[in-house]
Design a protein around this ligand. Structure first.
Ligand code: SF4
Length: 716
């Protein structure tokens, strides 16, 4: 009972990128309750079911409490010293024999910022390989690509407070009701208070978010670029463009070279609503109506998107086109007017994008490809300038391929479950089997620990101190509430131990997470991504960067605009973009990697449900959530079900060019999903939906196209 708590510890929810502030109730050294933090701007005290039921997860019997070491093919309990000695010798041997690029690290948008920073420094700065990537490559890499190509710097300019100011919400490729439930509550609240608020939901699948939509657009999967260009066409053709804003703050590009507004108008003629109607399956009238709502002068429009846009081979380009709509209308950097990407994981922003823990990045939004950036970071890290390789490391899909073909011989996996979450996962089995794999995990077994040579028992979220960076540039401190069970340790302590054993102790003198943060802060000084100090973060309920001189109690609520952004003197200034101008892109239309045909006549898309998180390693330990949704299923349109002779509950087999999976069916209401589209949950390790999904990647972001592949469906 909440009233039994001896103390309440301020923290952040372990699950999604909303980053709801939580208070952890502790009694006798145990977590007895979790409640929303009423002082947190993100959630104002509200939580969804996943957050409330976190206590049920902590004490589950599958917690790993001792290191496990593979002996004669079986994982057996061992000592920390034995485990770490083995890991050190394997990594050292591989580096000496095969060079630094023969080892790799695969992290997570759920790790703490300090953990991401130390892993990055260990692999890039000490060992000298850029083979460090993480699961944000599977979810947010295209949003990163969109922000950096349009604005010259990653992460959104808007904030959660914009919900209260927007008149129109344009939500595309996001089931916000289930993937970000507390933000959906904020949306419904706004609509209740101001019924004139218009909500547009654009998604091939009708889902819970559509319940409050004024307009639902169920376009053909993979045709989002045509819809977005056509909306731009209507906005420009009907005089809704903000020409003054365009002239002052933007430039134009066709992706290869600079063009001008006239060229852009000419380009858009290929995307009249009538032409887009044929591609998208929407009517020209629907497209006009939505464009007019988006572009209406004097109204504020907020766009939101997530995996439906990012997990595409056209992910970066589709992100660019959403930004286009805001730039041509000038609906940006104002309360209620902003493009706003919804981050999937709690700290994909803070722990991976900001710390630079991807194979092409360095801390403080720097990039490997930039010599000046490499030199700056090498100096801050105290390593020779040439220690950081100019060669971009292996991105996620390439990394797991390299485990199979022998390029990577030793892999350290932290806080994630790739043997379940990769697309077309069976093609990567050989890699999991061959590579010497260390998995630092809270629970065992998982799909990935089953392949591990060593499993290291990691402390869970409430058993360690650290920092998360959530969806709206909000950095938040998580205090330690209880001790970890048995011999489990914080990931940070494990990484520091490994660094010392590998002989890099001088570079890692840190004793506490705050020591790590203090060094990391130096990497953000003067970068337009300056973060807050540890004491300030401990006191606050989230602080939004950029700060100047690491000062600020609340931070920069909105970016690129005075007076909120300390780097802007007056008005709006896209200071990270070339010539301070955000780029409006005339990107050519690009459809999905795989289209339906006679043999594989259905599109398959996958997604989350409110009750479960990713691969079930946490919510699967929560009896209440398991009772609510015990099994995954494939949902099909009632018209398709009738034609196929399939009834609710029938078992079906989905077959793609890559594999097959058997699932029970759920027959949706009309439009759930649109005819010709199947929707599958993917949280169970068996049956494994990712046996079927496609691993084609976006050329720029290297993010796979989880959201679209072609399948056939057979009754079992
Ligand atoms: Fe946690 Fe996200 Fe739910 Fe908030 S909305 S309680 S962050 S899962």
């Amino acid at each position: 009972k909440q009233t039994d708590a001896e103390k309440w510890v301020k923290s952040v929810c372990r699950y999604c990128g909303t980053g709801c502030g939580v208070l952890i109730g502790v009694k006798d050294g145990k977590v007895i309750a979790v409640k929303g933090d009423p002082d947190n701007e993100g959630n104002k005290g509200l939580l969804c079911a996943k957050g409330y039921y976190l206590p049920q997860v902590i004490t589950h019997s599958e917690r790993v409490t001792k290191p496990l070491i593979r002996k004669n093919g079986k994982l057996e309990p061992g000592t920390w010293d034995e485990a770490m000695k083995l890991i050190t010798s394997k990594f050292k041997e591989s580096i000496e024999k095969n060079g630094p690029d023969s080892v790799a690290f695969y992290g997570s948008g759920q790790q703490l910022a300090e953990e991401g920073y130390v892993a990055n420094k260990l692999f890039k700065g000490a060992i000298g390989t850029n083979n460090i990537d993480g699961n944000p490559r599977l979810c947010m890499a295209s949003a990163v690509g969109g922000f950096t190509t349009t604005f010259g710097a990653d992460e959104p300019m808007g904030c959660l407070e914009d919900f209260e100011h927007a008149d129109v919400f344009f939500i595309i490729g996001s089931n916000i009701a289930e993937a970000h439930p507390v933000l959906f509550a904020r949306l419904t609240d706004k609509k209740k208070k101001d019924p004139e608020t218009k909500i547009i939901i654009a998604d091939p699948r009708r889902h819970r978010s559509h319940e409050i939509a004024d307009i639902s657009l169920q376009f053909i999967p993979g045709t989002d670029m045509a819809l977005l260009h056509a909306m731009a066409y209507v906005i420009v053709a009907e005089g809704m463009a903000d020409e003054e804003f365009i002239a002052k703050h933007t430039s134009f590009s066709d992706g290869k070279e600079a063009i001008n507004f006239e060229n852009y108008k000419e380009f858009l003629k290929e995307f009249t609503p009538e032409k887009a109607e044929k591609v998208t399956g929407l009517t020209a009238d629907q497209i006009r109506e939505v464009a007019r709502l988006f572009g209406e002068k004097g109204k504020n429009t907020m766009s939101m998107w997530t995996m439906g846009i990012n997990q595409r081979v056209a992910g970066v380009w589709a992100n660019n086109l959403i930004h286009n709509l805001h730039l041509i209308t000038g609906k940006i950097c104002k309360p209620g007017s902003t493009p706003f990407s919804l981050t999937g994981q709690p700290s994909a922003c803070g722990s991976v994008r900001e710390t630079g823990a991807l194979s092409h990045l360095l801390p403080g939004h720097r990039v490997i490809a930039n010599e000046k950036h490499r030199k700056e970071i090498a100096e801050l890290w105290g390593v020779p300038a040439d220690r950081i390789s100019p060669q971009v490391g292996l991105h996620t899909m390439e990394l797991f391929k390299a485990c199979g073909d022998g390029r990577v011989k030793c892999l350290y996996v932290m806080c994630t479950n790739p043997a379940h979450s990769l697309p077309n996962v069976n093609a990567y089995r050989e890699g999991f089997e061959k590579v010497f794999m260390v998995v630092a995990e809270v629970f065992h077994p998982t799909a990935t620990t089953k392949y591990a040579d060593v499993v290291l028992p990691a402390a869970f979220w409430c058993e360690k101190e650290g920092v998360y960076g959530n969806t709206d540039r909000r950095t938040q401190h998580l205090a330690k509430a209880i001790n970890p069970p048995g011999e489990a340790k914080p990931d940070l302590d494990i990484l520091l131990d490994l660094a010392r054993r590998l002989g890099y102790g001088d570079l890692f003198p840190f004793k506490t997470p705050e020591d790590v943060w203090n060094e990391y802060l130096k990497c953000t000084t003067g970068t337009h991504m300056e973060l807050a100090t540890y004491p300030a973060l401990r006191d606050a309920h989230g602080i939004q960067w950029p700060l100047k001189g690491h000062q600020g109690s609340k931070g920069a609520v909105r970016r690129y605009v005075a007076p909120e952004d300390p780097y802007v003197k007056e008005g709006i200034d896209f200071y990270s973009a070339k010539d301070h101008r955000a780029v409006i892109f005339a990107r050519p239309y690009l459809g999905p990697a795989e289209v339906v045909d006679k043999e594989y006549p259905y599109y398959l898309t996958t997604g989350r449900i409110l009750e479960h998180w990713h691969t079930l390693t946490m919510t699967g330990k929560c009896p209440t959530l398991m009772r609510a949704v015990p099994k995954q299923y494939v949902e099909l349109n009632p018209q398709d079900a009738t034609e196929l002779g399939i009834k609710e509950g029938d078992m079906v087999r989905l077959v793609s060019r890559r594999g097959k999976v058997e699932l029970p069916t759920k027959v949706g209401k009309p439009g759930e999903p649109r005819p010709g589209l199947l929707f599958a949950l993917w949280f169970e390790p068996d049956p494994l939906v990712n046996a079927v999904t496609i691993d084609a990647v976006d050329a720029a972001s290297k993010e796979p196209e989880f959201k679209i592949c072609a399948v056939k469906i057979e009754k079992v």
